[in-house]
Ligand binder design. Sequence first.
Ligand code: 8IG
Length: 279
Amino acid sequence: MIGPTAASTLDEVTNDPYALAVDAAAALKEASGVASFDVALVLGSGWVPAADAIGETITEFSTAGLPGFAPPGVAGHTGRVRAVRTESGRNALIFLGRTHLYEGRGVEPVVHGVRTAIRVGAGTIVLTNAAGGLRPETQRVGEAVLISDHINLTGASPITGATFVDLTDLYTSRLRDLAREVEPSLAEGVYVAFRGPTYETPAEVRMCRALGGDMVGMSTALEAIAAREGGADVLGVSLVTNPGAGLVGEPLSHEEVLAIGRATAARMGDLLAKVVGKL
Ligand code: 8IG
């Protein structure tokens, strides 16, 4: 039987899904010595080597000591967070890795970084990922593509209850325009999000192409939704590291993804630094 104490604890949790982010935000301010951030970046697979270009490190530490953060579960995702001062004088919070839905810890840990970032002041969230390319006719491996929209096939949402959040301009068009001012050659595409951890079957890849998808991956969509729910603007960028399964060539390995990240780090770091400089 659930007693009155247990029930009231459960009520507290379900009534305020952000309580943990408020706690984490307080701990993060304390640990970083930075009272407020302007922007947060989530660096996905292949993007971590780009971090150094974004600005001068103020502090870097493990998220393990912060309330609500899951330990890292994937190579290339460090479980560390860095407070940075950019050349343009902005305070940037950089997550050097993320939690994925396929790790099986549920949706909350997936969006906890974004919710925490918003509660330390970040009004802009930059979400990066490595992704499969669904348009090998026009996409090159190692190319960055701006996310214009997504199709969420994870079957999950970070929002519970009758909160009908509008996602019309989820990946803020103003931020995409700004990214193209920095790098006019950037293409845009629709990101299809799966739960993973398998890559798609060739039939699923054909389905994604038929649905209007341009990239496919296992992250970003839920974080973008949580960011928008929290009132932040979102910029999403995919690093295309492989053609989707069955389109051409061989199946990919995670090690290759990380290698492509290392090979493109200077270019991607330069892109992120310039975009953040224009915010
Ligand atoms: I890197 O082809 C990377 N991540 N779902 N499919 C999915 N995720 C990916 C892929 C891919 N490549």
